[in-house]
Design a protein around this ligand. Sequence first.
Ligand code: ADP
Ligand code: MG
Length: 666
Amino acid sequence: MDELKLLKIRQDKIDILHQMGIQTIEDLYLYYPYRYAILEATPLTQEKCTIEAILLEKPQTYFHSRVSRLFFTVLYEEQRIKVTLFNRHFLAKSMVEGMKITLTGKYDARKASLVASDIYLKPIDQCSAITPIYSLKEGINAKMLQSYIKKAMQYQMIEEDIPVSCVQKYRLLSKYEAIYKIHFPEVQEDIRQAIRYLKYREFFYFQLTMQYTTSQITKTKGISKEYDIHKLQSFIKDLSFELTGDQLEAVEDILKDLQSDKTMYRFLQGDVGSGKTIVATIGIYANYLAGFQGAFMAPTEVLAAQLYDSLCHTFKNKGLQVELLVGSHTAKQKEDIYQRLLNGQIDVLVGTHALFQEKVVYQNLGFIVTDEQHRFGVKQRKALKDKGVQVDFLIMSATPIPRTLAISFYGDMDVSTIETMPQGRKEIITKVVASTSMKPILTEIDEYLQKGGQCYVVCPLIDKSEAIECRDVQSIYDGMVSYFKDRYQIGLLHGKIQDSQKNEIMDKFKNNEIRILVSTTVIEVGIDVKNANRIVIYNAERFGLSQLHQLRGRVGRGKEQGYCYLLSTSSQELSKERLSFLETCHNGFEISKYDLSLRGPGDMLGNRQSGLPSFSLGDLSKDMVILELARKDVVDFFERNSQDSRWLLLLEKIRKQLEKNNQYID
Ligand code: ADP
Ligand code: MG
């Protein structure tokens, strides 16, 4: 049943509301204006201006076919102005000489005349000065939408669900008032107060979801793991390099968690190439020494295969049986893996989300490492729980964010951070190139390719509709093919290419058969090809800085110097400034802090990759304080095991929502 029908809205309008993403009655009143137009007196100009004036005469009314025209003279700051107003003849009877009126329109100084688009028959300070502006679709105007919103708010009781103590502490409006005022403000203070409430609620709700999820995951006791410390130490000593201080600390955090009977739910963050994988691998080894199986999950098959190779290398001669499980394996191969996994013949399983499918049964899984895209691991956790296993969780992220934010974002998850890079790592030389194409750098790239190097070319993911301003991956590929002719093999990768074909292209790139790889960002950031040391990024202004930083981390992975070219012709000062920041800054934390101060976190990492929450009103670059207050408040409610009725109501809501999304664990 379509809820919107209950409001007696016409079906054709309901269809449009659906297109606007409004499905339920609640969606209607939660559809906030994105800004407000505020009526304020302005100077007389040709642009749209607003003035208060005195009506000097009764208006004359003219009709011409279906158009009416009101014509009158007003006095504005000792100046007589002739005013024309179309299709408002019905106002004439209410307009009397000498009254103060407010007009909006365009002024023509030469003729001393004003064509009015709006009129209010009262002084400006009595006008309802604030008009909410909504994002609308053809067929629905703001007035209609507001009438639907009113209906919705009358139909459904908007119940307060934030605990009384919070409302009192911060002197917040009620939920009903806040929602009413965000749609129907009378003065600017109404908007301010409404937003204050709604932001707080949004953050409170978000924190509650995060912390609730975490508490569900860690509330059961884990397994306390005992391992041979000498073996572990000699494993670390045998590595081909020495761990950095940050890496050692992260290793210690992980080992402590493994040893304790608390379930590990830890977040390991560090720049691309900061050496997270080896830290996680040490954890996997300790877990193996304690007699448990480990699972290492990568976001894509290509990355899983790469990870598998690297683990095989690290674990050479250590007696571990490492296996790769990906969707493209044949049924027979999979069957064989399932069998050996169940028998305990496999110690470490590497793969994509295939690792947690129903058919995959572990003998005694103890430790899982996943990538940030599976950040909460909640679904996997549920799947595992159904299999009766209690495991430790480590989630890795290559988009580091400041610690305070991390704590807010990841609930009460523990955080380990690798900030320093291994020694000898060269910074990627980064240049902003003011161009929409590679033309200015083609010779440079060509010379580099002639010497045997390889090159990435990355373009933003785009809709066809945007293709005019932004070159799409196919046309860039075509351009490169026609320029380089048969001199170099060029590969093309994008989201629609099948996994098996993707693997083939990646293999060819790794083997240096394909010399130039043109791709959208669907291509994995973790790819490691040491011979590829040039990366060109089209329309760089469309990416988040952290994302660009991740992308450039694909080059300079070996001994050679890496170069990154950011193509952009954006004329906006801000976006120029943002991009050139990357020329000088090479620290992921600094970059995310900087980007965060300019844009929200949703943007910061680029849409697909962020995985970070986006808030409808809350703005993390400005509202960190509210977020932090909300976080502490939620911690407090959990700690006190509060029985506040509204708190319990909210908890119930969250539980239902998680259950609906199949993310609830119990
Ligand atoms: P991340 O997973 O954080 O992107 P990796 O673990 O893949 O980074 O490390 C990148 C490269 O640096 C790998 O080739 C790895 O062997 C190497 N590496 C890791 N730690 C160190 C270190 N402490 N000193 C030198 N090289 C290191
Ligand atoms: Mg443990």
